[in-house]
Design a protein. Structure first.
Length: 399
């Protein structure tokens, strides 16, 4: 009787246990035979995932799936980022990795963008990356120096920049570009150009006319030009001529040259730098917005003369409808009270004036004099006051 009841019990419980075990077994089998669900993602999705990772992580992630083993070799967006501390602790030599990565990449694969950020960029590696980008129909190149000290090591000529496909170029590096006529860079598709920390140097010449340099007239599609903290060396006149240029920004330039601008479609102009700024502008018929900031100090010589030079610059930008200036600009204008009282404001179409200050002016009479100066040119002008406690040196990173 006991044996019979035990057999009945076994027949009742065995199917339940085997069903549960079967479910677990089927699940494990499914996972083992599925080859990872991420492996079944389309190539576009895989490349999109890679776009959020740097090149080193992309290579390391190839072990996650058999299908991903060589996918990094054809990724259309390359992101190189060198972290100093991780490199030192692991003994990882990033320049060697970057060169091997480019050498192992599928040569015929599309390459739409290269982003390179490092606190140490050798000239050899820089040339390697630029040459690779120019020869692979890359549309966007961004090279950024992350180091805290500027070394200005080495230089390269413009012959490296020859591509009919490059549309966006951003160089934030501590190297110099050597200019030797005739210009050899050829970027007809370029739309956006951003140069930061770059030294632009002309080779010495006895001909004074050769000190005039025109770097951008050969870019028929250029719409945005940004020059920040650049050192312009051995240049007499820096010419910016572009038929389609719409936005121009000059911040913290180290130079003693004159600027000549010819851009009939220019809508926005920004300048933050030293007060010794000489500008000759032609056909700025579309100019709408001007931002102008400088740094005032009591130790400057000929402050009244600098204020007069600033008014001459404003004459060149007189077609602007919106003007933003910092308080330091007003201090230069106030150094020449006769100028404010007798001379008419050059901005005849001005609709809005914004004054950026760190604190309110102590003397309201001076503030009223400035208002009256601008109002003589545009009686219906609207004034705006913007408080910004950040020091100009930090805000504009120009000195």
């Amino acid at each position: 009787m006991a044996k019979r009841s035990r057999r009945v019990k076994d027949t009742v419980t065995e199917p339940k246990m085997s069903k549960r075990s079967r479910r677990v077994k089927d699940t494990v089998t499914e996972l083992m035979n599925d080859d990872d669900r991420i492996s079944r993602l389309p190539d576009d999705m895989i490349h999109h995932i890679y776009s959020f990772r740097d090149a080193r992580s992309s290579v390391q992630s190839s072990v996650l799936s058999r299908r991903w083993r060589n996918t990094w070799k054809s990724h259309p967006r390359l992101n190189f980022e060198n972290n100093r501390f991780s490199s030192q602790t692991s003994g990882f030599k990033y320049p060697n990795f970057a060169q091997k990565f480019l050498s192992a990449r599928v040569h015929v694969a599309e390459l739409s963008a290269i982003d390179f950020r490092s606190n140490s960029i050798s000239l050899l590696l820089l040339k390697k990356i630029l040459d690779y980008a120019m020869s692979h129909q890359t549309r966007k190149v961004n090279i950024e120096f992350l180091g805290s000290k500027q070394t200005r090591r080495g230089g390269f000529d413009l012959s490296l920049f020859r591509s009919h496909f490059l549309e966006h170029l951003c160089l934030s590096i501590d190297f110099e570009i050597i200019i030797s006529p005739p210009l050899t860079w050829d970027l007809p598709a370029l739309v956006h150009l951003n140069l930061d920390l770059v030294k632009i140097r002309m080779e010495p010449s006895n001909d004074s006319a050769s000190k005039s340099i025109d770097l951008f007239s050969g870019f028929p599609n250029l719409k945005t030009l940004v020059l920040t903290r650049c050192l312009l060396s051995n240049i007499g006149t820096f010419i910016i001529a572009s038929s389609k240029l719409e936005y121009l920004s000059l911040k913290g330039l180290y130079c003693g040259c004159k600027f000549m601008i010819s851009a009939p479609k220019l809508a926005s102009f920004t300048y933050y730098g030293m007060p010794q700024f000489s500008l000759i502008a032609n056909d700025l018929l579309s100019l709408k917005t001007v931002e102008f900031g400088t740094l005032y100090h009591k130790s400057f010589d000929n402050k009244a003369q600098l204020g007069d030079q600033m008014i001459k610059t404003f004459v060149q930008l007189s077609k602007a409808e919106t003007l933003t200036v910092n308080l330091d600009v007003l201090w230069f204008l106030l150094e020449n009270p006769d100028l404010l009282e007798k001379r008419r404001c050059p901005f005849l179409r001005l609709q809005s004036l914004t004054l950026v200050v760190s604190k309110l002016p102590r003397c309201l009479a001076d503030f009223v004099a400035i208002i009256n100066f601008f109002r003589r040119g545009s009686p219906s002008i609207k004034f705006h006051l913007k408080l910004d406690s950040t020091p100009p040196i930090v805000r504009y990173r120009i000195w």
